[in-house]
Design a protein around this ligand. Structure first.
Ligand SMILES: [Zn+2]
Length: 84
């Protein structure tokens, strides 16, 4: 999607909202919680032909924080000795 092509319908009508105001901050709607004290703002990419939306974490430091704090989905499947 970042390359300007919609992965759903193949359209090139992809628009990026990475420069809109209010995408970060405690009252911004364009962010996700990372930890109790940390939120990550998002860059949205929208296809104006089919309406498909993709969101990307905007800041590299937040990606590193997520990798440190969040549950790794691959580890969850392979490291639990109790799992069937
Ligand atoms: Zn599309």
């Amino acid at each position: 999607m970042k390359n300007g092509k919609c992965p759903k319908c193949g359209s090139n009508s992809v628009y990026c909202g990475d420069e809109i105001p209010l995408k970060s901050g405690p009252f911004g709607s364009n962010s996700i919680p990372v930890t109790l004290v940390s939120i990550a703002s998002l860059d949205n990419y929208v296809c104006t032909d089919c309406g498909y939306l993709e969101s990307y974490v905007a800041e590299q430091e937040k990606l590193e924080e997520i990798a440190e704090k969040w549950r790794n989905t691959n580890e969850a499947e392979t490291t639990d000795p109790e799992a069937d």
